[in-house]
Design a protein around this ligand. Structure first.
Ligand code: UD1
Ligand code: MG
Length: 480
């Protein structure tokens, strides 16, 4: 049910300079979802009446992603006045006049902050009489964070940013997580008084805390249960740490849901993936995008599945697959490369050193060894010989190969598309199939073999090969 007394403001206008990236910081992916997407998902869980997202740096890209993930969000463009305080000031300006509830502020770069923690903060805020309630954390190393300065009797007094802090203030371990709940009116009133006289020349939201306390209002800081929950992402080191933390949570979730994970550290699973019971994930497995793995499949080791479907009981070993569908009981790899549009039927096989693209390989059909299969349809229960290449590209256009059902094609064939091999047909080893093969026919076009007796001895005398040939040939040895 919608909390009609709650507005959530997401701050996402900052430059993210420390990421040193052309991609806006909040759009960097984390478990397959942009950083800001995690924050929006949490905001949605709280079911607020309003969600306002403040953008500026790369505003078009950020706004587009935000609206795609949360269409009901209101986008606000921050003007040239910098700072988190200015961002909030502009965000509350778009709230309807009738709204008089609580304003929750979260950062677009703190993705692991969860709805349960924020609900706890909201409950504490609403139960007390504070004008503001903020989430704090006790960090051994507080570098980079705003410090919470308390009075001698322990009440919150103000927040000082790292760059503006005195040496004594830098010794404070309690930090500002950047998440707050304010009553709207006092927030609006105090924000109007915030100036930009600080080391960064920015309007800080954190200054509102000191101003509220100076006005006699009470501010409460509630420490978070575990510090990683409020970890912000400002650089690539924090991006990797956060990704690992989130992945550990996701992997654990699937383990508890009945998935065997041999090595949690080397198994990566995106948030959108779905994995059935009794699936086994071996070391070095990456499951990305909305991949679905059905019950009992065995994936890995060293396998990447991006946006794939894997059927019940299938085995996928040392494989790289994107936008591929693998049927129930099928076998893939080791060392297979399944490119977009690959469909492998139930109990089919794509074996060792095989590359497939835009191809359907029917139920029970096998491409076991050393092949390239592109723009091809293979029927059911066929066997494509070792080393088969579909020549699907004439240098200008791509063409289709059709292989029927119950076909047995020979080793080292080239299927020069467009070409059709009929049901139940055979092809000889080394055949270059340029013409359609009717059902049930055997196609051979390799030149007849000639053996030129004594060739090595005559043409390569004195070589090891000649000696070996001579030794094997009794007559030749007698003559020598
Ligand atoms: C901020 C807090 C700091 C806190 C830390 C927690 C301030 C002044 N400082 O510092 O006390 O310990 O978060 O992570 O608030 N943003 C805007 N507009 C701006 C500037 C920033 O929307 O003009 C957004 C950023 O995109 C980001 C968030 O606000 O999502 C925080 O900004 P950032 O520059 O990361 O602040 P910190 O230095 O981390
Ligand atoms: Mg930050």
């Amino acid at each position: 049910m919608t909390d009609t007394n709650l507005a959530v403001i997401v701050l996402a206008a900052g430059q993210g300079t420390r990421m040193k990236s052309t991609l806006p910081k909040v759009l960097h992916p984390l478990a397959g979802v942009p950083i800001v997407g995690h924050v929006l998902a949490t905001a949605r869980e709280l079911a607020p009446e309003h969600v306002v997202v403040v953008v500026r740096h790369e505003r078009d890209a950020v706004a587009a992603t935000v609206l795609e993930l949360l269409p009901e969000a209101v986008i606000v463009d921050q003007d040239e006045i910098p700072g988190t305080g200015r961002a909030v000031e502009q965000a509350i300006a778009v709230l309807p006049k009738a709204f008089a509830g609580d304003v929750m502020i979260v950062s677009g770069d703190v993705p692991l902050l969860d709805a349960a923690t924020l609900t706890g903060l909201l409950v504490a805020h609403r139960a007390g009489a504070s004008a503001a309630t903020l989430l704090s954390a006790i960090f051994q190393d507080a570098t980079g964070y705003g410090r919470i300065v308390r009075t001698d009797d322990g009440a919150v007094h103000r927040i000082v940013e790292q760059r503006d802090a005195t040496p004594e203030e830098l010794e404070i371990h309690e930090v500002n997580s950047g998440s707050y709940i304010f009553h709207l009116e006092p927030l609006r009133e105090q924000l109007a008084k915030v100036n930009t006289r600080n080391s960064q020349g920015e309007k800080y939201i954190t200054d509102v805390i000191g101003l509220l306390c100076a006005s006699g209002a009470e501010v409460t800081a509630v420490p978070v249960s575990e510090n990683w929950i409020v970890g912000g992402i400002n650089d690539r080191v924090q991006l990797a740490e956060t990704a690992q933390r989130l992945n550990a949570l996701i992997v654990r979730g699937w383990q508890l849901a009945g998935v065997t994970v041999r090595d949690t550290g080397s198994t990566w699973i995106d948030l959108q993936a779905t994995i059935g019971e009794d699936v086994e994930l071996l070391p070095g497995t990456m499951i990305t995008g909305p991949t679905v793995i059905e019950r009992g499949a065995i994936i890995g080791p060293d396998t990447s599945l991006d946006t794939c479907e894997v059927g019940e009981g299938a085995t996928v070993r040392r494989t790289d697959a994107t936008l591929a569908v693998i049927g129930a009981g099928a076998s893939v790899g080791p060392f297979a490369y399944l490119r977009p549009g690959t469909y492998l039927g139930a109990k089919g096989k794509i074996g060792t050193f095989v590359e497939t693209k835009n191809s359907t390989i029917g139920a029970g059909s096998k491409v076991p060894h050393l092949s390239y299969i592109g723009d091809t349809t293979v029927g059911e229960e066929s066997n494509v010989g070792a080393g088969t290449i579909t020549a699907n590209y004439d240098g200008v256009n791509k063409h289709k190969t059709v292989v029927g059902s119950h076909v047995r094609s020979g080793s080292h064939n080239v299927f020069v598309a467009p070409v059709t091999i009929g049901d139940g047909a055979y092809t000889g080893a080394g055949t270059v199939v340029r013409k359609d093969v009717p059902p049930g026919a055997l196609a051979i076009n390799v030149a007849p073999q000639r053996n030129m007796t004594g060739w090595t001895l005559a043409n390569r005398p004195g070589t090891a090969a000649a000696k070996a040939a001579a030794a094997a040939d009794g007559e030749a040895t007698d003559k020598a």
